[in-house]
Design a protein around this ligand. Sequence first.
Ligand code: ZZB
Length: 266
Amino acid sequence: QEYTLIKMRLLEPYPEKLCLVGGSAGTCGEGKPVFLVAATLRAETMYGQTSCWVHPDLQYVAFNTAAGEVFVCSSRAARNMAYQGFSSLEGVVDVVAELRGQDIIGVALQSPLTSYDKIYVLPMLTVKGDKGTGVVSCVPSDSPDDYAALVDLKKKAAMRQKYGVEDHMVLPYEPIPVLEIPGIGKLCAVFLYEKLKIQSQNDKEKLQEAKDLVYLKGFYDGVMLTGEFVGKKVSEVKKLIQKQLIDSNQAVIYYEPEKQIISRSG
Ligand code: ZZB
């Protein structure tokens, strides 16, 4: 499986555990740029990002890349990346901090293409530890999972409080129309959430049904509503958008191994 990893740059103030690592020169740390890297199959939807999801209980690491940057992702993905040229030493993760998702919730990010200047790291309980990087870009216009999780956080003050999410990190963020699917509309995740009467991010079966409906249609019938390719078919511009992100160093390619690399230590 090939994923595009979107580089979402951490903004100050940094979380305590990353303070020694990043920060602009003269503030705190070594001044290396730090990025959360979100795995996506839908780079063309990045115009509609409103947040970034992590799982509060998952293990993440910050590690030095061969390019002099710091990436934050699940420990599992970092191990895989070490075999894909991301590390200076093949197979070795140069760990600078170990984190739990909870440690980075509430951090502000700058992410490519979205019209929001600043988005925040928020908790989603359906983020899987064994898929992608454990960091997920939230696109509530087109991903039913994302819309459901965003609505949950907006509706439930107790949930925001539990994870230390402040109102300003969630409440002002609305889905942005990114592409139009004939027959479904401009905000297909919102449309299906309402049509299927989805109740929450845990409404597994209905969310799967919604995903199945939008996936194929979004790819074959979707037409871009925003960005430089307005009016073009998603199927025609998907690769181009991915390439532009990579050429401008705002994204990298990551391959998810079929089987996990088995640790030989011990
Ligand atoms: C942006 C986006 C916009 C996504 C969209 C989907 C959609 P698949 O096909 O099931 O492999 N994802 C990535 N990693 C994780 C994880 N660890 N846990 C939970 N979700 C994860 O799905 C790939 C998609 O699953 C990725 O693409 C990512 O969300 C999410 F409009 O990124 B996507 C209808 C889906 N629409």
